[in-house]
Design a protein around this ligand. Structure first.
Ligand SMILES: Cc1cc2nc3c(=O)[nH]c(=O)nc-3n(C[C@H](O)[C@H](O)[C@H](O)COP(=O)(O)O)c2cc1C
Length: 222
């Protein structure tokens, strides 16, 4: 019996199993430890199904309660963005964590952004057009969506917000000339209230899979 005490936090939560592994890394699905000549590996409890539950539970949240987002949770969410892929690994992104109430009020000027003044955190995703002219928008968007899913997994609500004036946001937050503002992400704990519209409609509808996926050529069904 191998005590799990003293192992990193994510290891403690792993399921134990025996086997021989050729790869040992905390970023792989399994971790290997060698104990008295035997290989011990731990299989992560995080299965593809759990990930899909996170994907399914994400929704745009536009009403937040007053609870602040704890610093360690925020750090974890930002770390997920940092680990995201980018073209040529240029990482042409910058994330501004806006908590200041006056600045959040200014960010909420957009027609569809009114709720940002009552949102504990707004993350402003910026893309460096000088470092990566062709890919900064895609790269920053990927990082922001990774962050959104990480936040969902941490029990937080999020909402993408594209309703803003780029030049006003740049001036407000002193964003350098070579950066574009890609999108804002609202972040906080959802204010639990009866969301009648969502209950009645069954949530935001999605197109049927066969209308958005083709096989081998556009329009061909598998
Ligand atoms: C790029 C982008 C911009 C968006 N801008 C806004 C916005 O300005 N205000 C808002 O309330 N929701 C905004 N949304 C959220 C969408 O309305 C929402 O994702 C969509 O209706 C599907 O609903 P769901 O996120 O709950 O599944 C935006 C989403 C994306 C991806």
């Amino acid at each position: 019996m191998i005590p799990l005490v003293g192992l990193p936090g994510d290891v403690k939560e792993m399921e134990k199993g025996w086997g021989v592994m050729s790869i040992s890394s905390r970023y792989h699905h399994n971790l290997r430890f060698t104990v008295q000549g035997k290989h011990l590996f731990f299989r992560r409890q995080s299965t593809p199904m759990e990930f899909f539950e996170t994907v399914k539970s994400r929704k745009s949240v536009r009403a937040y309660d007053d609870r602040p987002v704890p610093d360690d949770v925020l750090a974890k969410i930002l770390e997920s963005a940092r680990l995201s892929p980018s073209a040529k690994n240029l990482q042409p992104w910058h994330f501004i964590v806006v908590r200041d109430p006056a600045k959040r009020a200014a960010l909420s000027e957009g027609t569809w952004a009114k709720f940002l003044k009552d949102t504990p955190v707004v993350i402003v995703g910026c893309g460096d057009g000088k470092a990566s002219p062709h890919w900064n928008t895609i790269d920053t968007s990927i990082a922001l969506q990774t962050l959104v899913l990480a936040a969902t997994a941490e029990g937080l609500g999020t909402c993408w917000v594209g309703s803003f004036d780029v030049e006003k946001v740049k001036a407000l937050l002193k964003i350098p000339e070579n950066y574009d503002v890609i999108c804002l992400i609202a972040l906080g704990y959802e204010r639990k209230k009866m969301d009648l519209a969502r209950t009645l409609t069954g949530g935001a509808k999605r197109k049927a899979i066969k209308t958005i996926v083709s096989y081998d050529e556009f329009g061909r069904q598998g």
